[in-house]
Design a protein around this ligand. Sequence first.
Ligand SMILES: [Zn+2]
Length: 667
Amino acid sequence: MWKQIIAIVVGLYLHNNSVFAKENRNLHYITNQAPLVAQPYTALPLGAIKPKGMLLKMLELQRDGLTGHLDSIYNVVCGDNNGWLGGTGDGWERGPYWIDGLVPLAYILDDAGLKAKAQKWIEWSIKNQREDGYFGPHPLPEGFKKIPGTQQDMREDWWPKMVMLKVLQQYYTATKDERIIKLMTNYFRYQLKTLPEKKLGFITFWAEQRGGDNLAIVYWLYNITGDKSLLELAEIIHKQTFDWTEIYSGNVLRRLNPLPQLHCVNVAQGLKEPIIFYQQHPDPKYLDAVKKGLSALKDCHGFVNGMYGGDEHLHGNDPTQGSELCSAVEMMYCFESILPVTGDVYYADYLEKIAYNVLPTQSTDNYMRKQYFQQANQVLVTDERHNFFDNESHRLIFGTTSGYPCCLTNMHQGWPKFVQNLWYATADNGIAALVYGPSEVTAKVAGGEEVMITEKTDYPFKENIQFTFHGKSELKFPFHLRIPEWCKNPAISINGKTVEAHAVNNIVIINRAWSSGDVVELNLAMDFRYSHWYENSVGIERGPLVYALRVEEEWSEITREGYDDTFWEVLPKSPWNYSLQKKEREKNLLKAEVKDQIDTNPWNLKNVPIIVKMKANRLPIWQLERGSAGKLPSPGWPNSTVEKQEEEITLIPYGCTTLRISQFPEN
Ligand SMILES: [Zn+2]
């Protein structure tokens, strides 16, 4: 009964701008309007994508953990006295940060309680917008009594408003509340009038470095209202924003270590700016800048997990330097912003790398504590000083306000926005699965008919992904699938029949008439890959996952004076100082043993879904230094220093580890 001839239509979405040239624009969702470049992919409204399995579990843990309870856990900032609720407390970024993760969590889970918590903040912003268009906390009178641990001043800073604009944008896609369009229109008129005098950087450098977030919402509103003055405002914002295009394209990132002028989170967050601006000025230099920047970060500060040494400022690639939780979630959000504009699967691969390796390890299993910094080689998590640029003792422990409270409030956007970016509408009015995870999507395709597709998978642990279509019969629309750059042998079948699929720029487009019950199976063969890092250390990856040494962990909850909450330290209960055997490793004989049943929370030692055994030797000279694994031996180190006796070690997915070696010396 199914059409036997399967047309696999070739897509040409990268660099050659064929879609842009054809001016294809999605008809059903908010997408770029001329003169902005046509975008190959378009975000779906909040609520269209529902997580299943492991991803649903991650959101439920957030609901039951910090995200659902930050107003009581971190009451001094996120409680009713916050400036964004009309109070005299904190009036800066932290309240909006929390709501930026709470809104997508609330609407994706369709949870009335969480929606009500977020609504208070949204209502206050709407109802207290000034006549001149300014919104957000109103300035406090001179000499106002300071509340310790809050940032009451800096209320007129442009930066926290950028976060609240993201909140309002997401809320609008879920609710179509027209008051948001009015608020933004008035606020952007205020910006247009005020920015020439009070520039982005007039209060803090944060606003100047993070202007890309402001710019993205200006274009988004333009795509709804068509108000040309927004394009004028966009030019001003870009001009006043720190020149990330120049920073990423030039050699600055390669020049100094540490690089005191560049803050780690800003470097992550700035990645979107050149490509956001590209939409108005489609010069390839903006696309190139981001790739060059990521390449410089990898070469000079990079770790196998996809992050970079940035423990406040950029700090080189020793795998015991820290990477901040805010950097991880902001980098993810950049890739989620860049992917629909470029259709470049490089960013989808990178997004999965951070989400499926870095993100799960930086909070506790119950989502009640988090780490400010994590290390790629992390063998001890204790309350002591490390070799970080910002070196208070509590940078590595699992706490709440420990480290610096930005992450405690900013971490919430990670999983919900990741879920929100699994699927996109396409310029040719089809649907695209660009990022993989267990989920279900409902979206308008073709002439506006609704289709529902379920994605059943144990990805990122297993290779098979099964898509089942539900909707009107014989509905013709294109279905786009990403082939990750690491996958050399993908296979696709439709209703059990293998099809010859040609990926162009790693996108396969299947254009046919679909009917309820149609099944597409995608198999992404995962092979082992090896890469070299700091001091020629070796990293091991397979598919979307990085592998790390399994180290047995002893967790202790600590109560200490001067800390807002209890925190957790983690000590190693098994050896970590192993050296791999180069000759053995080069034979590439590693085998992944994958469990049949994968737990919905696989990100811990108890539920590890995959193990890999390999031979290694202890390296006794490699010991703890300043609370971290000591410096890796330099290439050419004498083989005689390893112990003769060979041992079998177990590697597991990085995301399941708290203590780990992910960059190994090799003899
Ligand atoms: Zn942070």
